[in-house]
Design a protein around this ligand. Sequence first.
Ligand SMILES: [Zn+2]
Length: 99
Amino acid sequence: MSLRCCWYEPVEEPGTRMLLPGCMERVLDADADCTCPTTAEEIDRLKAEYADLASKAAGTSHAFSDLMSAVSAHRDAKAIFADADARTAAHADQVRDLS
Ligand SMILES: [Zn+2]
């Protein structure tokens, strides 16, 4: 299966044409070669995007864990966590007020 674009005549608008999914080359020249990604190319692009996002999520998780370790080891950890809890509660109130 391919994502290559094709011209269609919509049933609701006879005599007109729609290019689906559509690439700029064929929009500009109906006889031009399609440059839409193939299904395999699209899958490869999505896999790469997923891997990038998963890597960023893992990095964020590690950074949060490191921050929690640093705060926990701080002599004022109890006050810092109490302040964070108060800020979280205030934020939750703001979100609830908006809904
Ligand atoms: Zn195309």
